[in-house]
Write a protein that binds this ligand. Structure first.
Ligand code: PHE
Length: 473
């Protein structure tokens, strides 16, 4: 069975794929804008605490469940605990919903690379970030075509299988990403006025946190689940390919640390620049931050250097998006293959990948056509809840369902399953196979049994409160 499914050709392959999955648009697009809109330091503090006490704990559990069973998400949960197969199915739906909007954000990156390439060397004043972004959003056909291109790329990589496609791509993509991020950071922090942004991020300020605790807790935690690729079977799937010799705790630590580091670095790349250009208001501008503010930073850098930085930066974001998108697609493809193996049929990876991508394209086309609500498409719950309601766009809607509700919910049931039904010892055994040590098991036990369930319940309530503007907190 092991051999039929293929496995990582080395542990570095596993690590790079897991880090590649974790580091994505969540880090570079989501983290800076959510941090900007939620009090800077307050957000950072809550994020880091939740990443350690909730994220890391769930990650260890998921990798262990995957490796213990050696199966993709659905079969893994079935084998781990009979009554919990439904968690597997739920975990299978989440990546598909995420991909509905993820593929569109990926498409925007491709469009920005194209625009910056076209600007290269022209002495004309290029359009402002805001104009550019509006033009893009209000061109549904263009967005749909770019979404198609993005998905075609994912399809080509995922269909080549685990070591052929994902591993090779990550070995080049991840280091390149890191280098390019450093370059943009140097530009950002040397802009006049950038120090305000750094202060906003790193100087302790507890007033904001005190006044908005539940909101910051739920936004930072939703972001943390999303960013660490948790609660949707990705780590289960990757763990199922991991060798028994490897230390799960160490690997999970490296993944969580790298992901958080890249998110903070992306914050340092984006927020000081936003402060330098437009002050705190710019930093708080929400989802458009990456596509408007930074494009203006590049626009102000001259006709050659600017577009060049633009091309580099959006290529970086695209690489990060692709390595995450392939992992999202991989979950469904592996589950399909396992299902074929179980029924004694030969799995057709190409067909599985194709079907998954087609479904994603159907949802992605809606989000693309909607253009963050610019094109007046009907959206579920639209204008139902209060005047200050949510953004009334399909991207927000899918984001709320996946990151806001389903992921904290899956984390909640996973913690109950591991902490109370199967008991933490089931994870302990798997972690300690072949002489590995489970350092910090006491803390793990406390978190999975008590801290994670309580925290996820608050996160869920906070998310629903924010989305529907109920005003509970
Ligand atoms: N973690 C990725 C990011 O931060 C997104 C992602 C979510 C990837 C869930 C896989 C699973 O962009």
């Amino acid at each position: 069975m092991e051999n039929e499914r293929g496995s990582w050709s080395s542990n570095i392959g596993f690590l790079l794929a897991a880090i590649g999955s974790a580091v994505g648009l969540g880090n570079i697009w989501g983290f800076p804008y959510k941090m900007g809109a939620n009090g800077g330091f307050a957000f950072l503090l809550v994020y880091v605490i939740m990443a350690i006490m909730v994220g890391f704990v769930i990650m260890v559990s998921e990798i262990a469940i995957g490796r213990k069973t050696g199966k993709g998400i659905i079969e893994a949960y079935r084998e781990y605990s009979k009554g919990s197969t439904w968690i597997g199915y739920l975990g299978l739906i989440i990546p598909v919903i995420i991909m509905f909007f993820y593929s569109v954000l990926g498409a925007y990156c491709i469009e920005y690379i194209a625009v910056n390439l076209c600007n290269l060397g022209f002495n004309t004043v290029s359009a402002s970030g805001a104009d550019l972004f509006t033009a893009m959003l209000t061109n549904p056909v263009g967005s749909i075509v770019y979404t198609f291109i993005f998905l075609a790329g994912c399809y080509a990589i995922v269909k080549s299988g685990i070591s052929g496609g994902i591993e090779k791509f990550n070995k080049v993509g991840m280091p390149a990403l890191f280098v390019m991020l450093m370059v943009v950071i140097i530009r950002s922090v040397t802009l006049p006025g950038a120090t305000e942004g750094l202060k906003f991020m790193f100087v302790p300020n507890f007033t904001y946190l005190g006044e908005n605790f539940i909101k910051v807790l739920s936004v930072a935690s939703g972001q943390m689940f999303f960013s660490l690729s948790l609660a949707m079977g990705i780590m289960v799937t990757f763990g199922s390919y991991l060798s028994k010799k490897e230390s799960i705790v160490q690997n999970a630590g490296i993944i969580a640390f790298s992901d958080t580091l890249v998110a903070i670095l992306a914050g340092v790349a984006v927020l000081p620049a936003a402060f330098a250009l437009g002050g705190e208001d710019a930093a708080m501008s929400g989802p458009k931050l990456l596509f408007i503010t930074l494009q203006d930073v590049f626009g102000a850098m001259g006709s050659v250097v600017g577009p060049l930085f633009g091309v580099c930066f959006y290529t970086l974001v695209l690489i990060a998006a692709i390595t995450s998108a392939i992992s999202l697609t991989e979950v469904a493809a592996t589950a399909y293959e396992d299902n074929c193996n179980k029924k004694g049929k030969t799995p057709h990876r190409t067909r599985a990948t194709f079907i998954v991508c087609l479904i994603i394209f159907a949802g992605g086309a809606i989000v693309a056509a909607d253009g963050l609500g610019s094109n007046g498409l009907w959206v579920p719950f639209q204008k139902t809840f209060g005047i200050n309601g949510w953004n009334d766009c399909w991207l927000d809607f899918f984001d709320f369902i996946s990151e806001g509700v389903l992921m904290p919910f899956v984390a909640l049931v996973t913690s109950i399953l591991v902490g109370w039904i199967k008991k933490p010892s089931s994870i302990f055994e798997e972690v300690e196979t072949e002489g590995n040590k489970f350092t910090g098991y006491g803390l793990f036990k406390f978190c999975i049994k008590f801290f994670v369930p309580v925290a996820t319940i608050f996160i869920l309530i906070g998310q629903i409160d924010t989305f529907f503007q109920l005003g509970i907190f």
